[in-house]
Design a binder for this molecule. Structure first.
Ligand SMILES: [Zn+2]
Length: 371
C-alpha cells in the first residue's frame, strides 16, 4: 500500500539535495541507493558527457515475476532554479517553500511517486513485469537528457512519464514540436550624432521585423514568442549588430513550418528593405508527441484512475516533455500527474493528498501492467 508518510519523507529528502540541470549527480546518487535497496541494478548512460553534465541518465532495472512485456517509468530529477538554501514549509496539508526558492516538485514529486509506488507494490508481493526506471537529467533546459538517452539500453517499449500537475485524472497525450529561431542581424555602425544617415541600425531592423511578425497565440495548436534580444554598443553608435532569439511551437507540423517560415521571412524582408544583412538559423528542439489514445499506456492509466474513483480525460499541453523524445525513439508512453501546482515559480506547491493520489495511480498501473 502507498504510504503517505514515506512518500512525503522521500520527497523532502530529495528537495533538500540541489539538482539544477547538468548538476544532478548528488540527487541521482541518493535515488540510486533507494532503487538498489528495492532490488534494482542501476547504470548510467553517457548523456551527461554529451551535454557537459556531472551525471548521465539513470537507468534502473528489476526483473519481474509476472512476465509480459517490460515497462518503463520516468521522471526527471533536475529542477529549475533557485533552490539554494531551500526552506520547506508544511501547512494545511500543502508542502511549499518560504517563498524565496522554488520547491522542485517538478519533477521530484514524480521521482518520489515512482519510488513509493515501486516500494508499495514490492512489499505487497504484487507480481510485477520487468521494470525499467529512467530518471532523466536536464529536462528543464530543452529535454536534453531524454534527447541524448541511449535508447538501445532500454528494453521496455511501453511506459509512463510522471511529470504533470493537476487535475490528476488527466492523461497528457500530446504536445507540440518546437523550433528555435536565431536571427543575427548585421547593420552598419556610424556616429549617431555626426553621421547617423551613414549607419544602418540592426536594432531598428529587429524592431521592424518583430512588429511585423505573427506572434503569441497563433491558433489553438500554435504559438510563437520572441524570447531575447541582444544588440547595440552605446547611445552614440548606430547599432551594427543585433541578435534575436525566438521560438515557435505547434502540434501540427504543417502549421509549425508555416509559422517558422513566416518568422524567418519577416527578418529577411526587414533586413533587405533597410540595407542590412541577416542570417537566420532554425533548429528543431524536439518533435511533437502524440500518444495512441487507444494504446496500452493510455488504457492502463485510465483503468488505474477509475479504480481510484476518477474519470480519466485525455489532454494536450503546450510544453515539451521527455515524452516527446521517448516517443521519437520508439518508446510509446503517456504522461500522468503527481499533483504539483504553480511550477517554475516560488509559489510552487503540492497538496499532500493529491501527491499521494499521484503515487497511487503509479502503483495501480504497476499492478495492472503484468502479462
Ligand atoms: Zn517537469
Amino acid at each position: 500500500m502507498v504510504q503517505q508518510q514515506r512518500l512525503t519523507e522521500t520527497f523532502l529528502a530529495l528537495v533538500h539535495i540541489n539538482s539544477p540541470s547538468k548538476r544532478e549527480a548528488d540527487a541521482m546518487a541518493w535515488a540510486q541507493a533507494r532503487l538498489e535497496g528495492l532490488g534494482f541494478t542501476v547504470e548510467y548512460d553517457d548523456a551527461g558527457d554529451k551535454i557537459g553534465g556531472n551525471t548521465g541518465n539513470l537507468i534502473a532495472r528489476r526483473k519481474g515475476e509476472a512476465g509480459g512485456p517490460p515497462i518503463f517509468l520516468n521522471a526527471h530529477i533536475d529542477t529549475v532554479q533557485p533552490t539554494e538554501g531551500i526552506v520547506v514549509v508544511q501547512e494545511d496539508g500543502v508542502i511549499r517553500t518560504d517563498g524565496t526558492t522554488i520547491l522542485g516538485a517538478d519533477d521530484k514529486a514524480g521521482v518520489a511517486c515512482i519510488l513509493e509506488a515501486v516500494a508499495s507494490a514490492i512489499e505487497d508481493g504484487a507480481p510485477l513485469p520487468d521494470l525499467e526506471v529512467i530518471l532523466t537529467i536536464a529536462e528543464e533546459i530543452g529535454l536534453l537528457g531524454s534527447k541524448h538517452l541511449d535508447a538501445s539500453r532500454i528494453t521496455a517499449r511501453s511506459g509512463w512519464v510522471v511529470d504533470s500537475g493537476q487535475p490528476l485524472n488527466s492523461i497528457t497525450v500530446n504536445s507540440p514540436s518546437q523550433d528555435k529561431i536565431v536571427a543575427s542581424i548585421t547593420g552598419k555602425a556610424a556616429h549617431a550624432g555626426a553621421r547617423p544617415e551613414e549607419g544602418v541600425s540592426a536594432i531598428m531592423v529587429a524592431a521592424r521585423a518583430i512588429a511585423a511578425m505573427p506572434h503569441g497565440r497563433i491558433d489553438e495548436e500554435t504559438t510563437a514568442n520572441v524570447g531575447t534580444i541582444h544588440g547595440g554598443q552605446a547611445t552614440n553608435i548606430v547599432a551594427p549588430s543585433c541578435e534575436v532569439v525566438s521560438e515557435a511551437r505547434s502540434r501540427s507540423e504543417a502549421k509549425l513550418q508555416r509559422q517558422t517560415k513566416a518568422m524567418v521571412e519577416t527578418f529577411q524582408s526587414a533586413a533587405q528593405s533597410m540595407g542590412a544583412r541577416v542570417t537566420v538559423e532554425v533548429e528543431r528542439q524536439y518533435n511533437a508527441f502524440q500518444a495512441d489514445t487507444d494504446g496500452r499506456e493510455v488504457r492502463l492509466a485510465g483503468e488505474a484512475m477509475r479504480d481510484l474513483g476518477m474519470e480519466p480525460i485525455c489532454s494536450s499541453t503546450g510544453g515539451g516533455m521527455d515524452a516527446n523524445n521517448f516517443a521519437a525513439k520508439g518508446m510509446p508512453c503517456c504522461v500522468i500527474g503527481c499533483g504539483y501546482r504553480n511550477i517554475h515559480s516560488v509559489e510552487e506547491n503540492i497538496p499532500v493528498e493529491d501527491f499521494t493520489t499521484g503515487a497511487r495511480i503509479v502503483d495501480a498501473i504497476l499492478r495492472k501492467a503484468k502479462g
